[in-house]
Design a protein around this ligand. Structure first.
Ligand SMILES: NC(=O)C1=CN([C@@H]2O[C@H](COP(=O)(O)OP(=O)(O)OC[C@H]3O[C@@H](n4cnc5c(N)ncnc54)[C@H](O)[C@@H]3O)[C@@H](O)[C@H]2O)C=CC1
Ligand SMILES: CC(=O)[C@H](N)C(=O)O
Length: 373
């Protein structure tokens, strides 16, 4: 009995002293073992110049998806090519492989991940690996493993090695009982997808590690992201990327959501810039560790009308995917991001017309537009 009392006294002292997120020296170190894997010695990023060490040493997990390659490009511009390591379990395309350091990293392999962090003296980690909303519903056990067990590995390694850790969350972290128009940072979160559940878990675990162990955890809830040169990985908002490709290739687009389904969306450049800005923000400026960020909000019908200004002959039909529609109907319609704007100066650059013009600029629709005129 006295032992139990002593332990609970020690725990309650710890909890009281950790409210500021600093000064708690205990970190969740897992038992140290010998990793069977070695990072290739010719990987090219071991020999850094002295000047390069002034910058953060970055690792991006799940970097070959829709967002990771663009993030690596942005961070390499800021911190130097060799200071940013892209990783994934997939094989990179030639242009990605030759554009900077790439390494195989399975986030479910704790020792391998730890070894990469140690050998490369990583200081900032961007954790992008995930299964998104639609693919997550199609394979719940895998989504649970990657999105939850994988996150636990990342959190422990980040806490153990004193990393600054960015984990993206999503509009999908809200559910049908959340206020949807607009959705504030702090409100009821009862998502009905494994993706959403895993992201709420990530938000809470990251914040818990921050207050309990002093982990420098930072998290943004992204809207649906729209990009020209990378494909989405199986989400509910994917239609808003596909419409551009189909408009150019065939002039026909079949949308899997109803025409009036309103969701928050953002152009990739805004999303990646926000990610860098929140990582660079002074800790004192952050009154929270998880922020909504917002740019625009539209329905498939509104997007189609804007696209038709560039490709007037585009024909849009609707064939609703029940799973995606149910997910979309439970998500925010508009996102309230006032806290991000106040605390660290978040400001989006792209509204719907700029987004559509920029997408067609990238995808080279000039010939079709000329034909249409
Ligand atoms: N793209 C979007 O619209 C949004 C994305 N996000 C979040 O941003 C992050 C990046 O998103 P995307 O690039 O769109 O995702 P994506 O689905 O395109 O890419 C995810 C990557 O994770 C990798 N991965 C899967 N299992 C892995 C494992 N065991 N170990 C290492 N990597 C593994 C995949 O190979 C893939 O390349 C995700 O966490 C996602 O939840 C949040 C909101 C919106
Ligand atoms: C909004 C997201 O998180 C993602 N694009 C999805 O649709 O699953």
């Amino acid at each position: 009995m006295p032992i139990v009392r002593n332990v609970s006294r020690a725990v309650s002292q710890l909890l009281q002293s950790s409210g500021c997120g600093c000064g708690v020296s205990i970190v969740p170190v897992r038992c140290i073992g010998v990793s069977p894997r070695q990072v290739a010695s010719d990987a090219g990023f071991h020999s850094v110049s002295f000047a390069e060490t002034d910058h953060p040493r970055v690792l991006i997990t799940g970097g070959l998806g829709q967002l990771g390659v663009g993030l690596a490009k942005l961070l390499r511009k800021h911190f130097g090519k060799n200071n940013v390591i892209l990783s994934d379990i997939r094989k990179p395309a030639d242009n990605v492989f030759y554009s900077g350091p790439f390494i195989y990293a399975d986030i479910l392999d704790y020792k391998n991940l730890r070894e990469i962090v140690v050998n490369n003296r990583i200081t900032w980690l961007f954790h992008y690996s995930a299964l998104l909303s639609a693919v997550g519903e199609a394979n719940v056990p895998l989504a649970r493993a990657v999105n939850i067990t994988g996150l636990h590995n990342v959190l422990d390694i980040a806490a153990e090695h004193n990393l600054r850790l960015f984990v993206p969350s999503t509009i999908g972290a809200f559910g049908p009982t959340s206020p949807r128009d607009p959705t504030p940072d702090l409100c009821i979160q009862r998502p009905r997808t494994i993706y959403g559940v895993s992201k709420v878990h990530a938000e809470l675990m990251g914040e818990y590690y921050h207050y309990r162990y002093g982990l420098d955890f930072r998290c943004l809830r992204y809207p649906g992201i729209i990009s020209a040169d990378s494909q989405p990985g199986g989400g509910t908002t994917d239609y808003a990327v596909q419409i551009f490709h189909d408009a150019i290739k065939t002039g026909k687009f079949q949308c899997n959501l109803k025409p009036d389904t309103r969701l928050p969306m953002m152009y990739i450049d805004d999303c990646l810039r926000a990610t860098l800005e929140v990582m660079e923000a002074p800790a004192e400026a952050l009154t929270m560790r998880t922020y909504n960020i917002s740019a625009m909000s539209f329905t498939p019908e509104e997007l189609a009308q804007e696209v038709q200004k560039h490709v007037p002959e585009l024909q849009v039909t609707y064939s609703v995917d029940k799973v995606r529609q149910a997910i979309a109907d439970s998500w925010p319609m508009n996102f309230d991001d006032r806290n991000a704007r106040r605390d660290w100066g978040w400001k989006h650059d792209y509204d719907l017309p700029e987004l559509v013009t920029t997408m067609f600029g990238f995808l080279g629709s000039d010939s079709r537009i000329a034909q249409a005129n």
